[in-house]
Design a protein around this ligand. Structure first.
Ligand SMILES: Cc1cc2nc3c(=O)[nH]c(=O)nc-3n(C[C@H](O)[C@H](O)[C@H](O)COP(=O)(O)OP(=O)(O)OC[C@H]3O[C@@H](n4cnc5c(N)ncnc54)[C@H](O)[C@@H]3O)c2cc1C
Length: 411
């Protein structure tokens, strides 16, 4: 039986078929653009257009609102496939997908006018950038240094958001800011058009990997945001409400799926290298040799449980039988393990490929560079370790580190 078929069948047993949501012709076309995207550090317009034509930008929006009606587990499966074709595109587009996921979770619980935003995004194939990260935030998910002052029915806000993937291509930004007047729900989440006066994008992203994710800098200078652009309110530094917890679930599962795509592409590189590298004095390819087979097998022992855990958690979140707040520790543990497993798997696969994976050009070495970005998405391992330990001890926990400088302790 064809080796590739057997391999695919194993993965197919974990993930749903998503051909109807994103045809293979599209992922194949995306893959042809990846090397050039990586070289230039920008996406070809065609990479975005191909996704747009396939209806990708409305993927999780309910079909009643002209979206793709994809479930969370289907969205993960799509991200995994894009991640295998073009990692930088998958991680950039995932920030859009996650923002939509957050909006869908809000709508499901509140059934308010936010469906209009969902319909507009899906029907007009708009891109929503996710502008949460800021300098000096330490990766905190529930704070912002962008202060907003209420003047009449407007909020005037200034600040910097970086990195913000696909910032230049986004029609709308999903961003956090803090009501300077304070109050119990002073952390505001707004959906803001990128052409609003006072909002500018600077091309600052120039990195080792995920080069074409276009994760640039958004600067807000006295930008006037109308009150109807505020889609959610909560308390700064809180563990978040149910919608926030569901959003954490979306991010942890879909981001993990993107990196599982990177891993699957690296494994493919290894399989091809083993099949094609004939060792002349043995008269066999490396694929026929037990030590190489075992190393490939070891990669699977690490990766397949992560694939299953990611799909299983996405399914459980999607079923909505469990309060998403009680699934936050599981989501964070998955995210933590995705860092360890994805990097290890790609590094082992690159060893199987050989020195080609150390070349300045080529898919194998690009995947090595790309996978290291998995460390930097929040919540990072600094946070997940401490949070899970405190949770296990029954202590209060949050998405921020609970500690202080030693000088303060000794004072
Ligand atoms: C390819 C890519 C694309 C991205 N795109 C986006 C995007 O579109 N939108 C977006 O919002 N973000 C995005 N991010 C995430 C963003 O990069 C990080 O959230 C942000 O950069 C964190 O800043 P830092 O790594 O400089 O962390 P620093 O602020 O320097 O902190 C360093 C580390 O310490 C931890 N830390 C420090 N202090 C604390 C504390 N008090 N509490 C908790 N943790 C603490 C941080 O988690 C981090 O791991 C992207 C990341 C990557 C890799």
């Amino acid at each position: 039986m064809d080796e590739a078929y057997e391999y695919q069948r194993g993965i197919d047993a974990i993930w749903p078929d998503t051909e109807h949501l994103l045809p293979e012709t599209v992922t194949k076309e995306l893959a042809t653009l990846t090397e050039e995207n990586d070289r230039t550090g920008r996406l070809a317009d065609r990479s975005i257009e191909a996704l747009r034509e396939a209806g990708y930008f409305g993927l999780p929006v309910p079909s009643d609102f002209q979206g793709g009606g994809a479930t969370l587990v289907e969205c993960c499966a799509v991200q995994r496939r894009i991640g295998a074709a073009d990692p930088a595109l998958s991680i950039g587009a995932n920030m859009h997908l996650f923002s939509l996921g957050f909006m869908v979770e809000h709508w499901i619980r509140h059934r308010d006018e936010s469906w209009v935003l969902l319909e507009e995004t899906a029907s007009k194939s708009r891109i929503v950038g996710s502008a949460f990260a800021e300098p000096g935030l330490g990766g905190s998910l529930t704070r912002s240094n962008c202060t907003a002052r209420r003047i009449g029915d407007k909020w005037v806000t200034s600040g910097v958001k970086v990195p913000c993937s696909l910032a230049e291509r986004s029609d709308v930004l999903c961003l956090q800011m803090v009501d300077e007047a304070g109050g119990p729900e002073s952390l505001l989440v707004a959906l803001v058009p990128t052409d609003l006066p006072g909002i500018t994008v600077e091309r600052t992203w120039n990195t080792l990997g995920m080069r074409a994710s276009e994760s640039d800098t958004v600067r807000m200078t006295d930008a006037e945001i109308s009150d109807d652009m505020i889609i959610h309110r909560s308390a700064p530094g809180s563990v978040g409400d149910e919608v926030f917890a569901a959003g954490v679930g979306w991010f942890c599962t879909t981001a993990t799926a993107c990196y599982l795509g990177v891993v699957s592409a690296a494994i493919d590189q290894a399989r091809k290298a083993l099949a094609n590298s004939k060792i002349s004095h043995i008269g066999a390819t490396r694929a026929a040799l037990p030590s190489f087979q075992s190393t490939l097998g070891e990669i699977y022992t690490e990766v397949l449980p992560l694939e299953t855990a990611c799909a299983g958690l996405a399914q459980q979140l999607e079923e909505r039988k469990t309060d998403p707040r009680s699934l936050v520790p599981t989501a964070l543990a998955l995210r933590h393990q995705s860092v360890e497993k994805a990097i290890r798997a790609v590094e082992m696969a690159s060893e199987l490929v050989g020195v080609a994976s150390y070349s300045a050009k080529g898919a194998a070495s690009r995947l090595v560079r790309d996978v290291h970005a998995v460390r930097f998405h929040p919540p990072t391992r600094f946070v997940t370790r401490q949070l899970l330990g405190r949770w296990a001890l029954g202590l209060p926990w949050s998405f921020e580190l609970t500690e202080q400088p030693m000088e303060d302790v000794l004072r």
